[in-house]
Design a protein around this ligand. Structure first.
Ligand code: MRU
Length: 366
């Protein structure tokens, strides 16, 4: 019998004109959906990490634009194109490292600008096009994630010794809560679980926001996937004591040479995985690929407020007076991504990513 996963964990609820998001700051103790009525609400929710994860940031950002303009009247195509472009550019500023929001913003703005002179479209129909573009991002995401899951699961099974006892280590949260559903790296784990191949999953706590302890652990328990939470300092002892089949993580930006930005702590897991000869995979959609940057050195790393490190739910845990450094992401060099980069189009070596994904990007933009 196969394990069919039908997750009802939804980070985003949307009907044309209405958008609610699950407030992830309150998980796992409280489940509260909050309304996002406009792009200011969208920007705040992204900045405060009420919604987070590269794909979910882009979807909520674009849908916040869609609900805002749904309730507005415009006079011309150009007025709509300019308004949408301004609002999307503003949303890009909420969090700089994940490229998905910028990618979505450029895609929608370019498409609208090209159609401003289309006299067959009424102003109302032109506004609907902008709304539909945001809706497409939301609707397509689960299918993309299922393709990522399928490719990643097949690749891991084809390259491992014991196909019936797969043990995976993952970091941060890349699941239904970080996407429209199913997830990227967690989608690969879901796909392996659906095939009854998972023996055990290990998820890191992921300090300071605790995406692993609060969100990934929540999703794994919810899906009945056998799993254990470990601290961020434990991947080395884990790999020395347990037979780990593969590490699978998500990504916030993959650049032309295959260097990958992901949640802080990812690079140290990749270094440890290389030491223990455990394949290290990055799972992400095409929209996370940024060919405009040659190497990871060019990626802007978001730095977050010190209070996220020094306090937990208002309780001070660090010595008063201590200085802090709180980068939210790090860059894993391509040579440490030994398993491959899992996309909706297949699994590629980091050295192939520029050629393979640039062609796919050009096809999509046509
Ligand atoms: O700071 P976050 O929670 O937005 O960081 C999320 C991650 O780093 C994820 O691994 C990445 O965005 C991929 S989510 C499918």
């Amino acid at each position: 019998m196969s394990n069919t996963v039908d997750s009802n964990l939804k980070a985003i609820r949307y009907d044309r004109g209405n958008l609610d998001i699950l407030d992830q700051l309150q998980l796992p103790t409280h489940t509260e959906y909050i309304p996002i009525k406009n792009t200011e609400d969208g920007w705040d929710a992204i900045k405060q990490m009420k919604v987070r994860g590269a794909p979910a940031i882009a979807i909520v950002g674009c849908l916040s634009m869609a609900v805002e303009i749904y309730h507005m009247e415009f006079q011309s195509h150009q007025e709509i194109a300019d308004y949408v472009k301004d609002k999307l550019n503003y949303l890009v500023t909420a969090r700089p490292t994940a490229v998905n929001m910028k990618e979505a913003s450029d895609w929608i703005s370019k498409m609208l600008q090209e159609l401003t002179t289309d006299s067959d479209l009424s102003v109302h129909a032109f506004k609907e096009l902008a709304i539909e573009a945001a809706e497409i991002l939301f609707e397509d995401d689960v299918t993309i994630n299922k393709d990522i899951g399928r490719h990643g699961a097949e690749h891991i099974l084809n390259h491992c010794q014991d196909k019936d006892n797969v043990n995976i280590l993952t970091h941060c949260n890349t699941g239904s809560l970080a996407t429209a559903g199913y997830g990227t790296a967690l989608g690969v784990i879901r796909a392996l679980h659906e095939k009854n191949r998972i023996k055990h999953v290990y998820c890191t706590e992921t300090r300071p926001y605790n995406q692993g302890a609060r969100l990934t652990a929540y999703e794994l328990v919810h899906e009945n996937i056998p799993a254990t939470l470990i601290l961020d300092s434990m991947p080395a002892i884990l790999m020395s004591h347990h037979d780990i089949t593969a590490v699978v993580v998500g990504a916030d930006r993959v650049v032309a040479n295959g260097d990958t930005a992901n949640k802080i702590g990812t690079i140290q897991i990749a270094i440890i995985a290389k030491h223990f000869k455990v394949p290290f995979y990055v799972a992400c959609p095409l929209t996370t690929f940024d060919p405009s940057k040659e190497s990871g050195k060019e990626i802007a790393i978001e730095e977050r407020p010190h209070i996220e490190m020094t306090s937990i739910k208002g309780q001070r845990i660090a010595a008063h007076g201590i200085d802090c450094w709180n980068p939210a992401f790090d860059v894993t060099p391509a040579e440490l991504i030994t398993g491959g980069i899992v996309t909706e189009y297949g699994v590629f070596k980091p050295s192939e990513i520029k050629e393979k994904l640039t062609a796919k990007k050009m096809e999509k933009d046509k």
